[in-house]
Ligand binder design. Sequence first.
Ligand SMILES: [Zn+2]
Length: 365
Amino acid sequence: MNGSVRIARPFGIEVRVHATFPLLLLWVAVHAARAAGAQAALGSAAFVLGLFACVVLHELGHSRVAMAFGVPVRRITLYPIGGMAAMARIPRRPREELLMALAGPAVNAVIAAALWAARGWPDLARLEPFPASAGALLDMLLLGNVLLVAFNLLPAFPMDGGRVLRSLLAQVQPYGTATAYAAAVGQLMAVAFGVLGLRHGNPFLPVMAVVLVLVARREAAAARQREWIERRRPAERMRPLRPALAPEEPLSRCPALWQATGRADFPVLFEDRVVGLMPRERWQRALRRLGPEAPVGEAMERRFYAVPADEECTEQVAALLAAHQIPIPVVRDGQAVGVLIPDEREDAARPVAATGRWTLDLGPA
Ligand SMILES: [Zn+2]
């Protein structure tokens, strides 16, 4: 899939390596071999492999927390510039996104702390450019993990630090606005990475910059679309209250109403008040049990939710519609003014609205 190969399946999560990844190993090894010989080439390749093992653990940190919040994780893919975990979605509650974002860097902080405790802080002045011994390799992995923590916590959305920023902003602002700010900061930082990379002849930073800008723009657009869907008030989405049924009408009246309107769910009105609902499934059961001449009032659903017409259409309303599959009366001043019906077209639009579903982690190159 996407030119990548599966290498492992921890916790049921597929870990894949992109086809371009061996090129990074080769590039590093050749670079080291030309500078310092075969030993250096081996050591450098071992360092890259070790560092990317830490990136996998980092992604598993994000993934396990996401799974704890009920988010399925599709796969983890390693690219030469870093790792990506593909999730079904990003947890929508700011607190959950915050914990998910922090879990990755936390894993690297634990690895760095363990190496530090075991070996002490490395003498930076004596650090060799290519690890020639196991000790030097561990020292470089310690520093590599410190860099992974520091770099990924930069507030460059959609990197971890950017997600932390978005989730903190989302505590005090609408989600879409918080995302727009975080994405703007992210794009500024991406431009800074790009300029830095070009000035220092580092080919990885400009590539990262382009990836960051593209993903940040897409996430901001997705958040705006989602906010737009949720902001629409019930009054703007509702269907007319009529045609409707009356409690004394026979059950045999329903099919004609369905055919005439193309709708399958109707409110039952008594003196302009909604007294019940008659969803199609309930009608089928009632018809078998009571026969076609039984009054609608005897078979209708009497327990139902109602939502205010002019308040924002929240996620709870969307969840109600999805879970119950029966109309929800919309009320204004105690009077029913319309119904919200479960609508397949809007459900179909939801996955499009929720495209922001990557954690993007970049190795310090
Ligand atoms: Zn991360």
